[in-house]
Design a protein around this ligand. Structure first.
Ligand code: OFO
Length: 173
């Protein structure tokens, strides 16, 4: 496997693992603050990020590279409020998108079209995740300080988590 591509993929593995921890921190904060629906949504999202990480690990190893499991950054413990949680989520996803775009760029520079094809799945995923975070933030801005609105928001997230199918164990391309 091209060493530059391998290094970029390993960096991405670390980022997906950090994302999973980040969402876990958000889930725990939400749960401790009585936001059961949001907690459920964040726990499910944390699992999804772990799935993103596993998919990369399998890909690197199956292509003759060596996936590295490195240490991950410590996520924040506290958030000001629910809006702050989703603002952090969006900011985080924007950083992940930049990282995926950088990965695409490296694949093209190194003419690694197989990895380029594989990474397209992540490009689409980032589009969806950023759009979802923006929708949530729009809703929270509309709700403002309205407690009833906040209750409904949290309940809607609980239902959304139930509708969403869990990530599959399939980690191939
Ligand atoms: Fe939310 O990001 Fe993975 O890819």
């Amino acid at each position: 496997m091209n060493p530059r591509v391998e290094k970029a993929l390993n960096d991405q593995i670390q980022k997906e693992a950090s994302s999973s921890q980040y969402y876990l921190a958000m889930a725990s904060w939400s749960e401790a603050n009585g936001l059961g629906g949001t907690a459920k949504f964040m726990y499910a999202h944390s699992d999804e990020e772990r799935f993103h990480m596993l998919k990369l690990i399998k890909f690197v190893n199956e292509r003759g590279g060596r996936a590295e499991i490195s240490e991950i950054s410590i996520p924040p413990k506290e958030f000001n409020d629910l809006k702050n949680v989703f603002e952090s989520l969006l900011a985080h996803e924007i950083r992940v998108t930049e990282s995926i775009n950088n990965l695409v760029d490296i694949c093209l520079q190194e003419k690694d079209y197989t990895t380029h094809n594989f990474v397209q799945w992540y490009v689409s995923e980032q589009l969806e995740e950023e759009a979802l975070a923006r929708t949530m933030l729009d809703k929270l801005r509309l709700i403002g300080d309205n407690q009833g609105g906040m209750y409904l928001f949290d309940r809607d997230l609980e239902n959304a988590s139930q509708e969403k199918s869990p990530p599959t164990q399939q980690t191939g391309n």
